[in-house]
Design a protein around this ligand. Structure first.
Ligand code: ATR
Length: 284
């Protein structure tokens, strides 16, 4: 008896701890409905010590797969049979897929989601100039992995705790990531084609990210992966300065759509209806 139960129709899930705030059930339920599949997707609160039990129960039930969020993105690795290259490079999984033979493969669609939304929201973002990435956590790693696959010449990485940025640069940077000091951010914005916040700053409950954008070029794109609130202080400041802005909700929607595609081989709608649905659910 594992304590995890699934509805007969359940085909996929999201696990985290706590999980109550997740938007994934809303998105995937909508996409399953659009695909006219008689199937359901649910959230499961999985305490760290119960992760193995969940995996066993999910295997038994034959889930097509599940999304993985904090705090299980790294802890799930030993339970999986194989890792896709991006997940292996990042050492973190946000999507598990069960293949036809029952093996479990770990993927990471965060970077894919980030790029897909950037390319949709600001298709002409200046890829030929360096990018400035703030943060050195899991989100920063996913962002770097994705940006290193573009023609972006190099990436400036800044983090409050500089040593974490140095580690990330060494592990993932392939010689194209330069660590800049958190105190020199204003200067670093001058040459950047893209400024990307992956820190928690600006999120509800955290201080705002106040970045001096005075030296940013007029065609710079400012992307904040924070989506609670939808429009952060950084996004508002960038808009006031006349810069193009990209809000974080799209990354969440696109990483979910990428997982949906992996499980069901169906394109998930990432248009205005889905954004409206998610925005409604995020209203305080
Ligand atoms: P995730 O995996 O979601 O990216 P994380 O590993 O907790 O989350 O990383 C959070 C990021 O936000 C880190 O870069 C963190 O900086 P530190 O490495 O210095 O902790 C950054 N962050 C959180 N609170 C911050 C604050 N008050 N000022 C500056 N950076 C902050």
């Amino acid at each position: 008896m594992t304590g995890f139960t699934f509805a007969d129709t359940q085909v996929a899930a999201v696990i985290g701890y706590p999980i109550s705030q997740s938007l994934s059930p809303l998105l995937h339920t909508y996409w399953l409905h659009q695909a006219e599949m008689d199937a359901s997707y649910s959230a499961h609160d999985v305490a760290p010590e119960a992760l193995g039990d969940f995996v066993a129960a999910a295997r038994d039930h034959g889930l097509k797969g599940w999304n993985v969020t904090i705090p299980h993105k790294e802890a799930i690795l030993p339970y999986l049979d194989r890792l896709a290259p991006t997940a292996r490079a990042l050492g973190a999984v946000n999507t598990v897929k069960r293949t036809y033979d029952g093996s479990l493969i770990g993927f990471n669609t965060d970077g894919m989601g980030l790029m897909a939304h950037l390319n949709a929201a600001a298709p002409t973002w200046p890829q030929v100039r360096p990018a400035l990435v703030l943060g050195a956590g899991g989100a920063a790693r996913a962002a770097l992995g994705a940006l290193l696959a573009t023609s972006c010449p190099f990436i400036m990485l800044a983090n409050r705790t500089r040593s974490r940025a140095e580690t990330v640069s060494k592990e993932l940077g392939r010689g194209r990531v330069t660590v800049v000091d958190w105190d020199d951010l204003g200067l670093a914005t001058a040459g950047a084609g893209l400024i990307l916040n992956t820190t928690s700053l600006g999120m509800a409950g955290y201080p705002p990210l106040s970045l001096d954008l005075a030296q940013a070029a007029a065609d710079t794109v400012v992307y904040d992966i924070v989506y609670k609130p939808l429009r952060t202080a950084l996004i508002k400041a960038a808009a006031r300065r006349g810069l193009r802005t990209v809000e974080g909700l799209g990354m969440l929607i696109h990483q979910g759509a990428a997982a949906f595609k992996l499980w069901f081989d169906e394109d998930a709608d990432t248009g205005p209806t889905v954004f409206a649905l998610a925005e409604e659910a995020l209203k305080p």
